[in-house]
Design a protein around this ligand. Structure first.
Ligand SMILES: [Zn+2]
Length: 161
């Protein structure tokens, strides 16, 4: 079954929104769970990035999506799913894309901010690995670990959030 790879996603946005490339706006609210200093580093990175998938607020949105995916109580497995729309907003509904964006942000933050965000993401990673199932057909050389989990369907009656 063909899957929309992160690489493919990046080349085919359905619509783009213009935004300034410079840092001239006041700092928005603090990213939930992060210090004011790290939130500022995150906002600055988001505002200055030229990556289509990085936009102001993407880190907070990705964290919310990651938490929401893991929120349903119980031990039943959860299945990530691909969203129909590949725009940068809708793409975040795919928890794997949300995790990929957190990875992008982590890679590009200054060391102190990176360490703080990493501490926030680490327990979510543990939860993600505990609540999803390994995909035996996944390509370990091509896909990051969060993509190598069994995929579900967006419209499944089991209520994937
Ligand atoms: Zn969209």
């Amino acid at each position: 079954m063909p899957r929309n790879r992160p690489g493919a996603l990046r080349t085919a946005p359905q619509h783009q929104h213009h935004r300034p490339r410079h840092w001239d706006s006041p700092a928005p609210d603090r990213v939930h769970g992060l210090s004011a200093r790290t939130s500022l580093a995150v906002h600055r990175y988001e505002a200055l990035s030229t990556d289509y998938y990085v936009f102001p607020g993407v880190t907070d949105s990705a964290l919310r999506r990651y938490r929401a995916f893991l929120r349903p109580p119980g031990r039943r497995p959860r299945y990530p799913f691909l969203d129909d729309c590949t725009c940068r907003g809708c793409s975040l509904r795919d928890v794997r894309h949300a995790r990929a964006m957190l990875d992008t942000v982590l890679r590009d933050l200054p060391p102190r901010a990176r360490a703080e965000l990493r501490r926030l993401v680490a327990p979510l990673d543990v939860g993600y690995l505990a609540r999803t199932l390994p995909d035996p057909l996944a390509d370990a050389l091509r896909d990051p670990w969060w993509y190598r989990r069994l995929e579900g369907c967006q419209y499944a009656a089991t209520g994937t959030v």
